[in-house]
Design a protein around this ligand. Sequence first.
Ligand code: COI
Length: 355
Amino acid sequence: MSSNTTHEIDIVTVSASKINSVDFENLSFGSVFTDHMFVCDFREGKWQQPQIKPYEPFLIDPSAKVFHYGQAIFEGMKAYKTEQDEVWLFRPDQNLNRLNKSAVRMAMPEIPSDIFMSGLHQLIDLERNWVKKGLGNTLYIRPFMIAIGSGVIAAPSTQYRFMIILSPAKSYYSGEVKVLIADHYSRAANGGIGAAKAAGNYSAQFYPTKLANEKGFQQIIWTDDATHTKLEEAGTMNVFFRINDTLYTTPTSERILDGVTRKSLIDIAKRDGIQVEERSVLVSELVEAAKNGSLKEVFGAGTAAVVNPIAGFSYDDVYYELPKQDHSVALELKDKLTNIQYKLAEDTFGWTVKV
Ligand code: COI
């Protein structure tokens, strides 16, 4: 190991990288992590000395609030490598903003921009060999914050740990994605934490998703908790519906995650003259459109999943298979987005940031 301090981050590096033991062609999403991680603790009302150190387990008191009350938030981002060996990030400011909105909602401290951005850039710079070239190869970035203060009193912690870990990744879903439309369980409610990227939002979906998996569906499209008549999002992805030549997606609200991929696709669609409307889509409207043939495509959008065409959906025990498209708007938008991310197309929006 060697140790030095750069731009106020203490850096301790590994003596030998494990990169040569990784099979980059056969990665299971989020299961392999790079050599180093970024760590910064919050205590006594302030953020402490940030560190980059070898990726390793750490000890936390068994009474820490994260274990008992789930005070935990995270982000999902990616780094991309060009053929010229440059490494680029995509809209990192949006992830920082959302992380801090999640922090406020979960009564956690906001992370200062300089700690987040310098930690992100220096960690990725150190691990740039882990970012592989070629469309579809990415380095998935997982910033997260947990409550590490001890004591089981049900009140916000006074101590937190913010970390960034990195995982080389290909696609999140392999194979086709079929979805079930929720008619009983809910992901979010007005006044709840649906718009926060809080860990509990994801674990609360595990049980209903397991039931859906047992019926052969990979994901659930959630509906509004009050009436189960309005389509919302798919938990790991926002969802778009193409009826005839218009794309519809649910507007952001306190029940919907403000997805970076979602809003980027909307902007690309608007720039390129593809009709897109942010409005609630009723389950009945979707079923009717599937029956009369005007429903052309449904697709999910998220950082991990990118743009994922949905093969079909089930509602009220009826399965509706989506028609194959000669020209898929989902795939057109996916290409346009990834071409920006990999610097293969001009970034007219100024979204990409070089590491
Ligand atoms: C992401 O797309 O980065 C997410 O956060 C979804 C995650 C559950 C894999």
